[in-house]
Design a protein around this ligand. Structure first.
Ligand code: ACO
Length: 336
């Protein structure tokens, strides 16, 4: 019996309209465009404005576009997984809220929290349901409203993050294309360097936690950087070696967009020239679970059936991983 592979059959992404530039940040905190560009590669990021708007609104835009593009009836969707660290609420899951907003009624849905690696974790999880033959149409959403957990008086974090998201449709492949291999890792001891201090069961919200600004991203940049730069490159090389891939076999590296220097180091270790690396960090910053689907969406026109893609990420947790997949459709042929 031939193995069923899960293939991405559609992609859509969405970023809010408002653009927060480095110039504007210069007026908010003690920073410069030059510092931000040289240390991170970020020029601007999109921010979701408006009372009562949350991550589900980003995910809903992405899923609506995906259903339209792929001509999919919401009733046919079996499962929705949303990767996010900024859920609308602690519960219920943002995936449930997105499903409700787009009219998906016959599916079950849940969230996955693996910080910036969440989209990869979710893609691997979703692919299992297709590979077993149990389900035929699964949506994976990666979305974050990072502006809801960023302290805009803290120059060490507020320059890094933005809001955006994307969604993919997974279906059983009719050929050899689809997700071929994946390698995911976790090291929980890394939690001390990157976390949100309050709002969980250990430190529930109180006047004190709000006064101490404990509901924002806390990150010790340097230790996270050191870990990220080696682990993201290591796992990308590991996935190449496991699948006998040489640099010339790879059509695209789709890296999580946290820092230009981390992306460069990963591409270098894989022996890839820059033309083969999807990079849009300059315009969106780190949108956490949004970065990889945002890239796939932006590069869709250039993606051809059979292209070898390596998706790689590193995030809080620590979490990291890589996926090797063969792209399953000609991007140019898809209606906008
Ligand atoms: N503007 C100007 N100066 C700044 C700014 C700023 N925005 N931010 C920090 N500085 C200062 C610091 O205060 C420090 O000053 P000091 O030397 O006087 O103490 C100096 O610049 C250097 O600071 P570092 O933190 O050492 O800067 P670094 O080169 O490490 O860059 C950065 C910081 C960009 C955060 C980097 O460490 C990084 O990218 N880390 C990894 C991020 C990552 O991958 N996170 C994982 C994914 S996120 C997630 O999962 C949610």
């Amino acid at each position: 019996m031939t193995k069923i592979r899960a293939a991405i059959k559609g992609i859509h992404a969405w970023a809010p309209e408002y653009v927060l530039t480095n110039k504007e940040l210069e007026k908010m905190v003690d920073t410069t465009d030059e510092w931000i560009m040289t240390r991170t590669g970020i020029k601007e990021r999109h921010i979701l404005k408006g009372e009562g708007k949350g991550t589900s609104d980003i995910g809903t835009e992405a899923v609506k576009g995906l259903l339209k593009k792929t001509n999919t009836n919401p009733d046919d969707i079996d499962l929705v997984i949303c990767a996010t660290v900024t859920p609308d609420m602690v519960y219920p899951a943002t995936a449930n809220i997105i499903s409700d907003k787009v009219g998906i009624k016959n599916a079950f849905s849940f969230d996955i929290n693996a910080a910036c690696s969440g989209f990869l974790y979710s893609l691997v999880t979703a692919s299992q349901f297709i590979e077993t033959g149990k389900y035929k149409k699964v949506i994976v959403v990666g979305a974050d409203k990072m502006s809801s957990v960023v302290d805009y008086t803290d120059r060490t974090t507020c320059v890094l993050f933005g809001d955006a998201g994307g969604a993919v449709l997974l279906e059983p492949s009719e050929d050899e294309n689809g997700i071929i291999d994946s390698r995911l890792y976790t090291d929980g001891s890394g939690r001390v360097h990157l976390h949100q201090k309050a709002g969980g069961s250990v430190r529930p919200a109180s006047h004190e936690t709000v006064d101490n600004k404990e509901h924002f991203v806390y990150q010790e940049g340097q230790p996270v950087f050191k870990f990220a730069v080696t682990r993201m490159a290591d796992v990308s090389v590991e996935i190449m070696e496991r699948n006998n891939l040489k640099s010339e076999d790879i059509s695209w590296l789709v890296p999580h967009q946290a820092n230009m220097r981390i992306i460069d180091a990963t591409a270098r270790r894989m022996g890839l020239e820059k033309e083969k690396v999807m990079i849009n960090i300059e315009r969106y910053g780190n949108t956490t679970n949004g970065t990889i689907p945002m890239c796939l969406h932006e590069w869709q026109d250039q993606l051809k059936k059979g292209d070898n893609l390596v998706l790689a990420a590193f995030g809080g947790g620590f979490t990291w991983g890589a996926i090797y997949l063969k792209w399953a459709f000609d991007g140019k042929a898809v209606a906008k």
